[in-house]
Design a protein around this ligand. Structure first.
Ligand code: FES
Length: 164
């Protein structure tokens, strides 16, 4: 058995292979970049869903004291004394979806036991701040929530509610 050094042809072949691999990777990267560019110019969200403005209907459908989950917008509408709050259903601790608990009359995060009241204020557990808000406007009696803009807050302020 003898060992033969690589031939000149084999060296050229390897060089060609590396050039081909390099060219192929450039083509793939260019394709991915072009695809990302196309997505950048597409609308961020479908109208009426999370990421855009969501019309959830007439104010009369949300009586004082009610807490309503709007799944397509990923938020809760809470009608408190001062007006309407739209709160992202995402826990401010580690981001779990926070369900409203009718029996407890509070939001109760299943992940680490975070508790929030109807205004989104922290009542207990590890969340560092109240539930985040989305801007609310009332147009022709309809509640419109802008889920493209998240408002973080350190505490509840009555001015955060949109009067109805
Ligand atoms: S994610 Fe909600 S309490 Fe931790």
């Amino acid at each position: 058995m003898s060992f033969e050094p690589p031939s000149e042809n084999r060296k050229i072949s390897r060089r060609r292979f590396l050039l081909s691999a390099w060219a192929a990777s450039i083509v793939v990267l260019s394709g991915q970049s072009f695809s990302a560019l196309l997505r950048f110019f597409q609308p961020m969200a479908e109208p009426g869903s999370f990421g855009g403005k969501v019309n959830i209907g007439n104010v009369s459908e949300f009586p004082l004291g009610s807490v309503t989950h709007v799944q397509k917008g990923r938020f809760y509408v809470s009608h408190v004394d001062e007006g309407i709050l739209a709160m992202w259903h995402r826990c401010t601790h580690l981001g779990c979806t926070v369900p409203w608990s009718d029996g407890e009359d509070q939001f109760h995060c299943p992940c680490h036991g975070g508790l929030y009241n109807t205004k989104g204020e922290v009542l207990g557990g590890p969340p560092p701040r109240p539930l985040d808000l989305f801007p609310v406007e009332i147009a022709d009696g309809d509640i419109i929530v802008d889920t493209s803009h998240v408002i973080e807050r350190s505490q509840y302020d009555p001015a955060q509610a949109t009067p109805v």
